[in-house]
Ligand binder design. Sequence first.
Ligand code: ATP
Length: 407
Amino acid sequence: MLVSGVTLVAAAKLAGAGGSGVAAWLVWRSMPDQVFRRKLMYLFRFGNLYYKINGYKGRELRSYPIIKRVSSYLDRTEAAFVLPVGMDPTRITENEWLFRQVFGAGAELSMSEDAKTFVLSVYSTSVAPFEYDAAEVDEYTPGLNLPIYVGRSRSGDMVYDMVEHPHLLIAGETGSGKSVALRSVLTTLIRRVPGLELYCADMKRSEFHLFRGIAQEVVMDAAGLHRIVLKLRREMRERGDLLDRYEVAHVNDLPIWDRPPYIVLAVDEVALLKKKADIMEGIEEIATIGRALGVFLILSMQRPDADVLDGKLKNNLTVRMAFRHADEINSRITIGTAEAAAIKQSEKGRLVLKLDGCRYVQGPHLELTAAREMLEPYRKVEPTASEAQAPREPAEEQDEYVEVGLL
Ligand SMILES: Nc1ncnc2c1ncn2[C@@H]1O[C@H](COP(=O)(O)OP(=O)(O)OP(=O)(O)O)[C@@H](O)[C@H]1O
Protein backbone atom coordinates (compact mmCIF):
# COMPACT_ATOMS: atom_id res chain seq x y z
CA MET A 1 0.00 0.00 0.00
CA LEU A 2 1.27 3.45 -0.89
CA VAL A 3 1.75 5.87 1.99
CA SER A 4 1.39 9.36 0.55
CA GLY A 5 4.47 11.57 0.60
CA VAL A 6 4.66 14.42 3.07
CA THR A 7 4.74 17.86 1.52
CA LEU A 8 6.39 21.08 2.49
CA VAL A 9 3.01 22.46 3.50
CA ALA A 10 2.52 19.65 5.98
CA ALA A 11 6.02 20.29 7.27
CA ALA A 12 5.19 23.89 7.91
CA LYS A 13 2.10 22.77 9.85
CA LEU A 14 4.21 20.38 11.85
CA ALA A 15 6.58 23.18 12.71
CA GLY A 16 3.59 25.03 14.11
CA ALA A 17 1.19 27.29 12.26
CA GLY A 18 2.80 30.64 11.85
CA GLY A 19 6.04 29.16 13.19
CA SER A 20 9.32 30.25 11.77
CA GLY A 21 10.22 29.44 8.18
CA VAL A 22 13.59 28.15 9.35
CA ALA A 23 11.96 25.61 11.67
CA ALA A 24 9.67 24.47 8.85
CA TRP A 25 12.67 24.12 6.56
CA LEU A 26 14.55 22.09 9.17
CA VAL A 27 11.59 19.77 9.68
CA TRP A 28 11.17 19.38 5.94
CA ARG A 29 14.84 18.57 5.50
CA SER A 30 14.69 15.84 8.11
CA MET A 31 11.66 14.12 6.55
CA PRO A 32 12.33 10.56 5.41
CA ASP A 33 11.87 11.18 1.71
CA GLN A 34 14.13 14.26 1.81
CA VAL A 35 16.79 12.31 3.68
CA PHE A 36 16.43 9.61 1.04
CA ARG A 37 16.85 12.14 -1.80
CA ARG A 38 19.92 13.67 -0.21
CA LYS A 39 21.51 10.26 0.28
CA LEU A 40 20.85 9.45 -3.35
CA MET A 41 22.37 12.74 -4.54
CA TYR A 42 25.34 12.10 -2.26
CA LEU A 43 25.74 8.67 -3.87
CA PHE A 44 25.65 10.15 -7.39
CA ARG A 45 28.24 12.77 -6.44
CA PHE A 46 30.70 10.62 -4.54
CA GLY A 47 30.27 7.63 -6.81
CA ASN A 48 30.99 9.85 -9.85
CA LEU A 49 27.68 8.83 -11.41
CA TYR A 50 27.08 11.71 -13.78
CA TYR A 51 27.40 12.59 -17.46
CA LYS A 52 30.33 14.81 -18.28
CA ILE A 53 29.80 17.65 -20.72
CA ASN A 54 32.60 19.86 -21.97
CA GLY A 55 31.48 23.42 -21.34
CA TYR A 56 32.76 26.83 -22.22
CA LYS A 57 36.58 27.10 -22.35
CA GLY A 58 36.96 23.38 -21.66
CA ARG A 59 35.23 23.58 -18.28
CA GLU A 60 33.71 20.31 -17.17
CA LEU A 61 29.96 20.40 -16.57
CA ARG A 62 28.30 17.55 -14.71
CA SER A 63 24.82 16.40 -15.49
CA TYR A 64 23.47 14.17 -12.68
CA PRO A 65 20.55 11.72 -12.86
CA ILE A 66 17.29 13.46 -11.98
CA ILE A 67 15.27 12.04 -9.09
CA LYS A 68 11.67 11.99 -10.33
CA ARG A 69 9.93 10.71 -7.22
CA VAL A 70 10.44 9.18 -3.81
CA SER A 71 7.56 7.07 -2.51
CA SER A 72 7.16 5.31 0.83
CA TYR A 73 5.37 1.97 1.03
CA LEU A 74 4.79 -0.21 4.06
CA ASP A 75 7.74 -2.46 3.31
CA ARG A 76 10.01 -0.18 1.27
CA THR A 77 10.97 3.25 0.04
CA GLU A 78 11.29 3.67 -3.68
CA ALA A 79 13.00 6.34 -5.79
CA ALA A 80 12.75 6.67 -9.55
CA PHE A 81 15.56 8.50 -11.31
CA VAL A 82 16.24 9.27 -14.94
CA LEU A 83 19.68 9.36 -16.52
CA PRO A 84 20.76 12.37 -18.56
CA VAL A 85 20.75 11.63 -22.30
CA GLY A 86 24.09 10.13 -23.28
CA MET A 87 24.89 8.55 -19.92
CA ASP A 88 25.79 4.87 -20.17
CA PRO A 89 23.32 2.86 -17.98
CA THR A 90 26.03 0.32 -17.17
CA ARG A 91 27.61 3.04 -15.02
CA ILE A 92 24.63 2.45 -12.71
CA THR A 93 24.30 -1.33 -13.04
CA GLU A 94 28.03 -1.89 -12.52
CA ASN A 95 27.88 0.19 -9.36
CA GLU A 96 24.93 -1.59 -7.78
CA TRP A 97 27.16 -2.45 -4.83
CA LEU A 98 27.47 1.26 -4.10
CA PHE A 99 23.71 1.54 -3.64
CA ARG A 100 23.90 -1.24 -1.07
CA GLN A 101 26.82 0.44 0.67
CA VAL A 102 24.83 3.64 1.04
CA PHE A 103 21.30 2.28 1.56
CA GLY A 104 22.07 -1.09 3.15
CA ALA A 105 21.49 -4.71 2.15
CA GLY A 106 17.82 -4.05 1.41
CA ALA A 107 18.62 -1.95 -1.68
CA GLU A 108 17.62 -3.27 -5.10
CA LEU A 109 17.82 -1.60 -8.49
CA SER A 110 15.77 -2.21 -11.59
CA MET A 111 16.10 -0.63 -15.02
CA SER A 112 13.25 0.17 -17.37
CA GLU A 113 13.31 -0.96 -20.99
CA ASP A 114 14.26 2.47 -22.27
CA ALA A 115 17.60 2.08 -20.40
CA LYS A 116 17.10 5.56 -18.95
CA THR A 117 14.84 5.20 -15.92
CA PHE A 118 15.92 3.29 -12.84
CA VAL A 119 13.94 2.41 -9.72
CA LEU A 120 15.83 2.02 -6.48
CA SER A 121 13.83 0.07 -3.88
CA VAL A 122 15.09 -0.04 -0.32
CA TYR A 123 13.30 -2.73 1.67
CA SER A 124 13.04 -2.59 5.43
CA THR A 125 12.52 -6.32 6.00
CA SER A 126 14.32 -9.35 4.63
CA VAL A 127 12.58 -12.38 3.14
CA ALA A 128 11.77 -14.96 5.80
CA PRO A 129 12.95 -18.56 5.42
CA PHE A 130 10.38 -20.76 3.68
CA GLU A 131 9.87 -24.36 2.67
CA TYR A 132 10.22 -25.64 -0.90
CA ASP A 133 6.71 -25.91 -2.29
CA ALA A 134 6.58 -27.99 -5.47
CA ALA A 135 3.23 -26.58 -6.64
CA GLU A 136 4.46 -23.02 -6.23
CA VAL A 137 7.77 -23.68 -7.96
CA ASP A 138 5.89 -25.26 -10.87
CA GLU A 139 3.97 -22.05 -11.44
CA TYR A 140 7.22 -20.36 -12.46
CA THR A 141 8.71 -23.04 -14.67
CA PRO A 142 6.48 -23.42 -17.76
CA GLY A 143 8.30 -22.34 -20.90
CA LEU A 144 11.76 -22.80 -19.38
CA ASN A 145 14.00 -25.52 -20.81
CA LEU A 146 16.16 -26.03 -17.70
CA PRO A 147 14.44 -24.13 -14.89
CA ILE A 148 16.60 -23.12 -11.96
CA TYR A 149 14.44 -22.01 -9.05
CA VAL A 150 16.73 -19.93 -6.84
CA GLY A 151 14.33 -18.67 -4.18
CA ARG A 152 12.66 -15.43 -3.14
CA SER A 153 14.04 -11.95 -3.36
CA ARG A 154 12.22 -8.96 -1.96
CA SER A 155 10.87 -8.23 -5.40
CA GLY A 156 9.55 -11.74 -6.04
CA ASP A 157 10.52 -15.32 -6.83
CA MET A 158 13.74 -15.79 -8.79
CA VAL A 159 13.80 -18.41 -11.50
CA TYR A 160 15.83 -18.55 -14.70
CA ASP A 161 16.56 -20.87 -17.62
CA MET A 162 19.96 -22.52 -17.50
CA VAL A 163 19.94 -22.82 -21.30
CA GLU A 164 19.90 -19.00 -21.45
CA HIS A 165 22.37 -18.53 -18.58
CA PRO A 166 24.58 -21.60 -18.70
CA HIS A 167 26.58 -23.17 -15.88
CA LEU A 168 26.11 -22.41 -12.21
CA LEU A 169 28.59 -21.98 -9.38
CA ILE A 170 27.35 -22.43 -5.81
CA ALA A 171 29.80 -21.29 -3.12
CA GLY A 172 29.65 -20.59 0.58
CA GLU A 173 31.21 -21.51 3.89
CA THR A 174 30.29 -24.65 5.76
CA GLY A 175 26.72 -24.73 7.04
CA SER A 176 25.58 -21.78 4.92
CA GLY A 177 23.09 -23.70 2.77
CA LYS A 178 24.90 -25.05 -0.32
CA SER A 179 23.77 -28.66 0.04
CA VAL A 180 20.15 -27.65 0.56
CA ALA A 181 20.39 -25.41 -2.52
CA LEU A 182 21.89 -28.21 -4.64
CA ARG A 183 19.15 -30.52 -3.41
CA SER A 184 16.37 -28.12 -4.35
CA VAL A 185 17.90 -27.07 -7.69
CA LEU A 186 18.40 -30.71 -8.78
CA THR A 187 14.97 -31.74 -7.45
CA THR A 188 13.34 -29.05 -9.59
CA LEU A 189 15.31 -30.10 -12.66
CA ILE A 190 14.43 -33.78 -12.21
CA ARG A 191 10.75 -33.01 -11.69
CA ARG A 192 10.42 -30.48 -14.50
CA VAL A 193 12.72 -31.64 -17.32
CA PRO A 194 11.54 -34.82 -19.01
CA GLY A 195 14.43 -36.86 -20.39
CA LEU A 196 17.07 -34.93 -18.47
CA GLU A 197 20.37 -36.79 -18.17
CA LEU A 198 21.87 -36.03 -14.79
CA TYR A 199 25.35 -36.97 -13.64
CA CYS A 200 26.27 -36.39 -10.00
CA ALA A 201 29.76 -36.41 -8.51
CA ASP A 202 29.89 -36.05 -4.76
CA MET A 203 33.47 -35.44 -3.67
CA LYS A 204 32.36 -35.06 -0.02
CA ARG A 205 30.29 -38.23 -0.07
CA SER A 206 27.55 -36.45 1.80
CA GLU A 207 24.53 -35.67 -0.29
CA PHE A 208 24.08 -37.17 -3.73
CA HIS A 209 23.02 -40.66 -2.63
CA LEU A 210 19.57 -39.04 -2.85
CA PHE A 211 19.82 -39.16 -6.64
CA ARG A 212 20.85 -42.82 -6.95
CA GLY A 213 18.49 -44.63 -9.27
CA ILE A 214 17.40 -41.31 -10.80
CA ALA A 215 20.58 -39.82 -12.21
CA GLN A 216 22.39 -41.62 -15.03
CA GLU A 217 25.30 -42.00 -12.63
CA VAL A 218 26.16 -40.99 -9.09
CA VAL A 219 29.85 -41.23 -8.28
CA MET A 220 31.69 -40.55 -5.05
CA ASP A 221 35.29 -40.29 -6.14
CA ALA A 222 37.65 -38.70 -8.64
CA ALA A 223 38.03 -41.88 -10.70
CA GLY A 224 34.28 -42.09 -11.23
CA LEU A 225 34.09 -38.45 -12.21
CA HIS A 226 36.99 -38.90 -14.60
CA ARG A 227 35.03 -41.64 -16.35
CA ILE A 228 31.99 -39.37 -16.63
CA VAL A 229 34.07 -36.48 -17.97
CA LEU A 230 35.55 -38.74 -20.67
CA LYS A 231 32.06 -39.88 -21.61
CA LEU A 232 30.73 -36.33 -21.80
CA ARG A 233 33.64 -35.17 -23.92
CA ARG A 234 32.89 -37.97 -26.39
CA GLU A 235 29.21 -37.06 -26.28
CA MET A 236 30.03 -33.41 -26.96
CA ARG A 237 32.09 -34.37 -30.00
CA GLU A 238 29.19 -36.40 -31.36
CA ARG A 239 26.76 -33.57 -30.70
CA GLY A 240 29.15 -31.17 -32.46
CA ASP A 241 29.11 -33.45 -35.53
CA LEU A 242 25.32 -33.51 -35.40
CA LEU A 243 25.15 -29.71 -35.36
CA ASP A 244 27.54 -29.66 -38.34
CA ARG A 245 25.40 -32.12 -40.27
CA TYR A 246 22.28 -30.02 -39.79
CA GLU A 247 24.24 -26.77 -40.14
CA VAL A 248 22.80 -25.29 -36.94
CA ALA A 249 24.52 -23.67 -33.98
CA HIS A 250 22.53 -25.00 -30.99
CA VAL A 251 20.92 -28.32 -30.07
CA ASN A 252 17.61 -26.48 -29.64
CA ASP A 253 17.65 -25.82 -33.40
CA LEU A 254 17.87 -29.50 -34.29
CA PRO A 255 14.71 -31.24 -35.52
CA ILE A 256 12.83 -32.75 -32.62
CA TRP A 257 13.49 -36.37 -33.74
CA ASP A 258 17.27 -35.81 -33.67
CA ARG A 259 17.46 -33.51 -30.67
CA PRO A 260 19.53 -34.99 -27.83
CA PRO A 261 18.43 -34.55 -24.21
CA TYR A 262 19.95 -31.89 -21.98
CA ILE A 263 22.79 -33.12 -19.82
CA VAL A 264 23.63 -31.66 -16.41
CA LEU A 265 26.80 -32.58 -14.54
CA ALA A 266 26.66 -31.59 -10.85
CA VAL A 267 29.89 -31.70 -8.86
CA ASP A 268 29.83 -31.14 -5.11
CA GLU A 269 33.07 -29.70 -3.68
CA VAL A 270 34.88 -29.24 -6.96
CA ALA A 271 37.87 -27.64 -5.16
CA LEU A 272 38.97 -31.14 -4.05
CA LEU A 273 39.76 -31.79 -7.70
CA LYS A 274 42.24 -28.94 -7.96
CA LYS A 275 45.20 -31.24 -8.65
CA LYS A 276 43.34 -33.49 -11.06
CA ALA A 277 44.41 -31.81 -14.29
CA ASP A 278 42.55 -34.25 -16.56
CA ILE A 279 39.26 -33.75 -14.79
CA MET A 280 39.60 -29.99 -14.50
CA GLU A 281 40.45 -29.80 -18.20
CA GLY A 282 37.30 -31.75 -19.05
CA ILE A 283 35.18 -29.55 -16.78
CA GLU A 284 36.65 -26.46 -18.41
CA GLU A 285 35.82 -27.84 -21.83
CA ILE A 286 32.20 -28.39 -20.83
CA ALA A 287 32.10 -24.85 -19.42
CA THR A 288 33.49 -23.47 -22.67
CA ILE A 289 31.56 -25.33 -25.35
CA GLY A 290 28.78 -27.15 -23.47
CA ARG A 291 26.13 -24.49 -23.86
CA ALA A 292 25.45 -24.96 -27.59
CA LEU A 293 25.68 -28.73 -27.18
CA GLY A 294 23.12 -28.88 -24.35
CA VAL A 295 25.66 -29.92 -21.68
CA PHE A 296 25.68 -27.89 -18.46
CA LEU A 297 27.59 -27.69 -15.21
CA ILE A 298 26.53 -27.09 -11.62
CA LEU A 299 29.60 -26.79 -9.42
CA SER A 300 29.71 -26.23 -5.69
CA MET A 301 32.59 -25.34 -3.41
CA GLN A 302 33.09 -24.24 0.19
CA ARG A 303 35.88 -21.78 -0.26
CA PRO A 304 36.09 -20.09 -3.65
CA ASP A 305 39.48 -21.18 -4.83
CA ALA A 306 41.17 -18.75 -7.20
CA ASP A 307 43.26 -21.60 -8.67
CA VAL A 308 40.23 -23.70 -9.49
CA LEU A 309 38.27 -20.72 -10.70
CA ASP A 310 40.94 -19.28 -12.90
CA GLY A 311 40.00 -17.36 -16.04
CA LYS A 312 38.32 -19.72 -18.47
CA LEU A 313 36.21 -21.67 -16.01
CA LYS A 314 35.10 -18.70 -13.95
CA ASN A 315 34.15 -16.61 -16.97
CA ASN A 316 31.95 -19.38 -18.28
CA LEU A 317 30.09 -19.98 -15.02
CA THR A 318 27.70 -17.18 -15.87
CA VAL A 319 25.51 -17.53 -12.78
CA ARG A 320 26.80 -17.60 -9.20
CA MET A 321 24.94 -18.33 -6.00
CA ALA A 322 27.07 -17.02 -3.14
CA PHE A 323 25.99 -18.10 0.34
CA ARG A 324 27.74 -16.65 3.39
CA HIS A 325 31.44 -16.15 2.71
CA ALA A 326 34.06 -15.97 5.45
CA ASP A 327 35.44 -12.63 4.34
CA GLU A 328 35.33 -9.97 1.67
CA ILE A 329 38.29 -11.35 -0.28
CA ASN A 330 36.53 -14.70 -0.76
CA SER A 331 33.28 -13.00 -1.62
CA ARG A 332 35.03 -10.96 -4.31
CA ILE A 333 36.46 -14.13 -5.86
CA THR A 334 32.95 -15.57 -6.22
CA ILE A 335 30.82 -12.59 -7.17
CA GLY A 336 33.20 -9.67 -7.67
CA THR A 337 31.84 -7.74 -4.67
CA ALA A 338 32.00 -8.05 -0.88
CA GLU A 339 28.28 -8.66 -0.35
CA ALA A 340 28.36 -12.37 0.44
CA ALA A 341 30.54 -11.59 3.46
CA ALA A 342 27.76 -9.40 4.87
CA ILE A 343 25.39 -12.37 5.21
CA LYS A 344 25.14 -13.35 8.88
CA GLN A 345 25.96 -16.82 10.13
CA SER A 346 22.41 -17.16 11.39
CA GLU A 347 20.97 -16.38 7.94
CA LYS A 348 20.85 -19.94 6.63
CA GLY A 349 19.89 -20.32 3.00
CA ARG A 350 20.47 -16.64 2.27
CA LEU A 351 22.56 -15.91 -0.81
CA VAL A 352 23.66 -13.31 -3.28
CA LEU A 353 22.53 -14.28 -6.76
CA LYS A 354 24.84 -12.92 -9.46
CA LEU A 355 22.87 -12.89 -12.69
CA ASP A 356 22.57 -9.59 -14.55
CA GLY A 357 23.80 -7.81 -11.41
CA CYS A 358 23.61 -9.00 -7.81
CA ARG A 359 20.65 -9.38 -5.47
CA TYR A 360 19.94 -11.01 -2.13
CA VAL A 361 17.72 -14.08 -2.30
CA GLN A 362 16.42 -16.50 0.32
CA GLY A 363 16.72 -20.07 -0.98
CA PRO A 364 13.93 -22.56 -0.24
CA HIS A 365 14.48 -25.02 2.57
CA LEU A 366 14.09 -28.62 1.43
CA GLU A 367 14.57 -31.45 3.94
CA LEU A 368 16.23 -34.63 2.72
CA THR A 369 13.16 -36.71 3.55
CA ALA A 370 10.83 -34.32 1.72
CA ALA A 371 13.10 -34.37 -1.34
CA ARG A 372 13.24 -38.16 -1.25
CA GLU A 373 9.47 -38.34 -1.19
CA MET A 374 9.14 -35.89 -4.10
CA LEU A 375 11.68 -37.79 -6.16
CA GLU A 376 10.28 -41.28 -5.54
CA PRO A 377 8.19 -41.34 -8.76
CA TYR A 378 11.34 -40.62 -10.80
CA ARG A 379 13.42 -43.40 -9.26
CA LYS A 380 14.26 -46.40 -11.39
CA VAL A 381 14.21 -49.64 -9.40
CA GLU A 382 17.90 -50.53 -9.29
CA PRO A 383 20.95 -48.27 -9.12
CA THR A 384 22.99 -48.38 -12.33
CA ALA A 385 25.81 -50.92 -12.62
CA SER A 386 28.55 -48.31 -12.23
CA GLU A 387 26.93 -46.96 -9.04
CA ALA A 388 26.70 -50.41 -7.58
CA GLN A 389 30.47 -50.81 -8.15
CA ALA A 390 31.40 -47.41 -6.74
CA PRO A 391 34.36 -47.73 -4.37
CA ARG A 392 33.80 -46.81 -0.75
CA GLU A 393 36.84 -44.68 0.12
CA PRO A 394 36.42 -40.94 0.47
CA ALA A 395 37.81 -38.76 -2.34
CA GLU A 396 40.75 -37.30 -0.40
CA GLU A 397 42.17 -40.71 0.38
CA GLN A 398 42.41 -41.48 -3.32
CA ASP A 399 44.36 -38.36 -4.09
CA GLU A 400 47.01 -40.09 -6.16
CA TYR A 401 44.59 -41.96 -8.37
CA VAL A 402 43.37 -40.56 -11.60
CA GLU A 403 43.49 -42.65 -14.69
CA VAL A 404 44.86 -40.65 -17.62
CA GLY A 405 42.49 -41.18 -20.47
CA LEU A 406 42.44 -40.51 -24.17
CA LEU A 407 40.19 -37.50 -24.29
N1 ATP B 1 17.17 -22.34 2.60
C1 ATP B 1 17.27 -22.64 3.89
N2 ATP B 1 16.34 -22.20 4.76
C2 ATP B 1 16.45 -22.48 6.08
N3 ATP B 1 17.45 -23.20 6.62
C3 ATP B 1 18.40 -23.66 5.81
C4 ATP B 1 18.38 -23.40 4.41
N4 ATP B 1 19.46 -23.96 3.85
C5 ATP B 1 20.13 -24.55 4.85
N5 ATP B 1 19.50 -24.38 6.03
C6 ATP B 1 19.93 -24.89 7.35
O1 ATP B 1 21.34 -24.85 7.42
C7 ATP B 1 21.88 -26.15 7.65
C8 ATP B 1 23.16 -26.31 6.85
O2 ATP B 1 22.83 -26.28 5.47
P1 ATP B 1 23.69 -27.09 4.39
O3 ATP B 1 23.92 -28.49 4.84
O4 ATP B 1 23.03 -26.92 3.08
O5 ATP B 1 25.06 -26.28 4.45
P2 ATP B 1 26.35 -26.47 3.53
O6 ATP B 1 26.72 -25.11 3.06
O7 ATP B 1 26.11 -27.49 2.49
O8 ATP B 1 27.43 -26.99 4.55
P3 ATP B 1 28.68 -27.97 4.23
O9 ATP B 1 29.57 -27.24 3.29
O10 ATP B 1 29.32 -28.17 5.58
O11 ATP B 1 28.11 -29.23 3.66
C9 ATP B 1 20.77 -27.12 7.23
O12 ATP B 1 20.81 -28.31 7.97
C10 ATP B 1 19.51 -26.36 7.51
O13 ATP B 1 19.09 -26.58 8.82
